[in-house]
Design a protein around this ligand. Structure first.
Ligand code: ASP
Length: 469
């Protein structure tokens, strides 16, 4: 007999079927035992009748979260017992056979309910159980739909999805790099990319014109607030774009996605307002203002583009000017000479062709038109405190690439973890990442970070200099 899915039992009325899955709940009603059998599609009600004594006493032993296979005949539930809330709710399966496939230890926490009241550490340690709850199933499955939507959206607009390396070289996004020691090249390190920024720009030099990728980024930042050491971006780059084209594309993406995947939600204002940075700071004292009309409404989405950011900001700790976005961003200057003159006069007054997308008070995307003049790029790196020889060592490959016929280009990246969390009405991004790390950067399920064998360190030419405690 073929296994069918719980949600489909209604299509098999009067026939014998087989279901496989987990016991979600078991209810004893005197003579009758009911179980809700859960599989990937949802839940179906199974009833064990008193006539088959052997079967009934086996059913008596089963407990929630056991894995079972049930054979039985699909019938309509009696009037009044119909559950409108689930697709299989008008039917039930009268069991004629039961196989207990695996049993379970008592789970460390309740898998019914939304789990928000359970300590996060224990949820993370037993994430594979936490993911069984329907809220988490919903989050992970909706995230997959969003990825699918994004892929269809960009592929149908002539964008090509290109994978870029994870084991790579430092790229400046303003955070610390995760380093990967090289075994073969003693004392040398790869860096995990803080974003594919340089690769996507090099793909423009390579003639792809339209690139996107759903990609992991790695930033070794202090564990503060709702951050993860690795996070996912929708990364986009275009050749010959105007800023309006890039913003229009992202706007179309999110409007379409909300319409298709979240029809119950409404967007406060379309087209999305475009607010200059200065105005946002003056009016809302924030470069990611929350423009919702009703902040208690979980279905309101207030998108806003923030534009015309300043190009540079003073870093007091390092006593130097730094790029507000990243150094590849085009400042509003006409040439390297014009840049040098303006930077000399008032670095803080130079604007950048840079934009962010805010949603309900969070930044969910950021990008810029890029510098494609190698002379200007070198001047910007130097203005930010790099010596000319460092610029060559760190970014010589970009300067060189830009000397071989580079198209004007620009792009954007959208932080998907945050976007999905907002769409799913979740309070933090860990709720929409299947295997999230804790707020302090640990994977409690795998027990990571962890010690490694001395032998491994030796191969990597690494000695640990442990601080005395
Ligand atoms: N690489 C940038 C970031 O990660 C996005 C971009 O400029 O396209 O924020």
């Amino acid at each position: 007999m073929e296994r069918i899915l719980a949600k489909d039992i209604g299509q098999h009325e009067g026939r014998e079927v087989e279901l496989k899955g987990w016991v979600d709940v078991r209810r004893d009603h005197g003579k009758l035992i009911f179980i809700d059998l859960r599989d990937r599609s949802g839940i179906a009600q199974v009833v064990f009748l008193p006539n088959d004594k052997e079967l009934r006493s086996l059913a008596d032993t089963i407990r929630p979260e056991w894995v079972v296979s049930v054979r039985g005949t699909v019938g309509r539930r009696p009037e009044g017992m119909i559950n409108e809330k689930i697709p299989s709710g008008a039917h039930e399966v009268a069991a004629v056979g039961l196989e207990i496939i695996t049993q379970t230890k008592t789970p460390p926490f309740d898998l019914q309910g939304d789990g928000h009241d359970i300590g996060e550490e224990v949820r993370m340690k037993y994430r594979y159980l936490d993911l069984r709850r329907s809220r988490m199933q919903g989050n992970v499955r909706m995230r997959a739909k969003i990825n699918q939507y994004i892929r269809n959206f960009f592929s149908s607009r002539d964008f090509v999805e290109v994978e870029t390396p994870y084991i790579s070289k430092s790229t400046p996004e303003g955070a610390r790099d995760y380093l990967v020691p090289s075994r073969v090249y003693e004392g040398k390190f790869y860096a995990l990319p803080q974003s594919p920024q340089q690769y996507k720009q090099l793909l423009m030099v390579a003639g792809f014109e339209r690139y996107f990728q759903i990609v992991r980024c790695f930033r070794d930042e202090d564990t503060r607030g709702d951050r993860q050491p690795e996070f996912t971006q929708l990364d986009v780059e275009m050749s010959f774009p105007t800023q309006d084209e890039i913003l229009g594309l992202i706007e179309e993406l999110y409007i379409g996605m909300v319409k298709d995947l979240y029809p119950e939600k409404h967007i406060t204002q379309t087209p999305f307002p475009r607010i200059p940075y200065k105005e946002a700071m003056e009016k809302y004292n924030s470069d990611k203002p929350d423009l919702r009309k009703d902040k208690d409404d979980p279905n309101e989405l207030a998108f806003a583009f923030i534009v015309d950011f300043p190009a540079f900001e003073w870093k007091e700790t390092e006593k130097r000017w730094d790029a507000v976005h990243h150094p590849f961003t085009q400042p509003a200057v006409s040439s390297a000479a014009d840049f040098k003159e303006k930077f000399e006069k008032d670095p803080g007054a130079i604007l950048a062709k840079q934009y962010d997308l805010a949603l309900n008070g969070y930044e969910i995307a950021g990008g810029s038109i890029r510098i494609h003049d190698p002379e200007l790029l070198a001047a910007v790196f130097e203005a930010m405190g790099n010596k000319p020889e460092d610029v060559r060592a760190k970014f010589g490959h970009m300067l060189e690439a830009f000397s071989y016929g580079v198209p004007p280009h620009g792009g954007i990246a959208s932080g998907l973890d945050r976007a999905v969390a907002i769409l799913q009405n979740e309070p933090n991004i860990r709720e929409v990442i299947a295997f999230a790390k804790t707020g302090d950067g640990r994977d409690l399920m795998m027990d990571s970070p962890s010690d490694v064998a001395d032998e491994q360190l030796k191969e990597l030419h690494i000695k640990i200099d442990k601080k005395e405690k």
